[in-house]
Design a protein around this ligand. Structure first.
Ligand SMILES: [Zn+2]
Length: 162
């Protein structure tokens, strides 16, 4: 029988947390949010307005974060990887992303998106209040993406480089 308490953000169990710590975190956030995740979300909320949030995945360079109201994702930017490449995020599924960079909203496509952690309900509200939710991430079928490309390519003024 599994009666462990897992952090609602990162999914880690209580192995490294005491019962007291779990109770304290639950009292603070309504759910068990581990200390690491708490620090992570607080660092986003308290970051300078123009500071780019990056995810340190433990190897290589830090990745750009995408903060949605449900999940924190990360990626290497709008780069299309070879679909046959090993270890693509979400198995190489395609995603449309819109992200605000200050006053500019960019639309991007990737087939190498990774999820960092869930956004707990309590932090969803705090991130919204701090104006930190910057992205919308939508999964899209390859065929739908191809139709979209065909439609866009049929519009002459979109064929010119901006
Ligand atoms: Zn956690």
């Amino acid at each position: 029988m599994d009666n462990l308490t897992y952090c609602v953000a990162c999914g880690w169990g209580k192995g490294s947390a005491s019962l007291l710590e779990i109770k304290q975190q639950e009292a603070k956030h309504g759910d068990y949010v581990c200390i690491n995740c708490e620090e992570f979300f607080e660092s986003i909320i308290n970051a300078a307005k123009d500071e780019a949030i990056a995810i340190n995945k433990g190897y290589g360079l830090p990745c750009e974060a995408l903060i949605t109201d449900n999940n924190i994702y990360y990626f290497d930017g709008p780069i299309i990887e070879d679909p046959k490449k090993d270890s693509l995020g979400f198995g190489g599924c395609w995603f449309l992303i819109t992200k605000k960079y200050g006053e500019i909203r960019k639309v991007m496509v990737t087939n190498n998106l990774w999820r960092d952690r869930r956004v707990p309900a309590a932090y969803r509200i705090k991130l919204q209040q701090a104006g930190r939710i910057d992205s919308i991430v939508v999964g899209i079928e390859r065929q739908e993406l191809a139709k979209c490309k065909t439609l866009l390519n049929s519009i002459p003024y979109l064929q010119q480089e901006v």
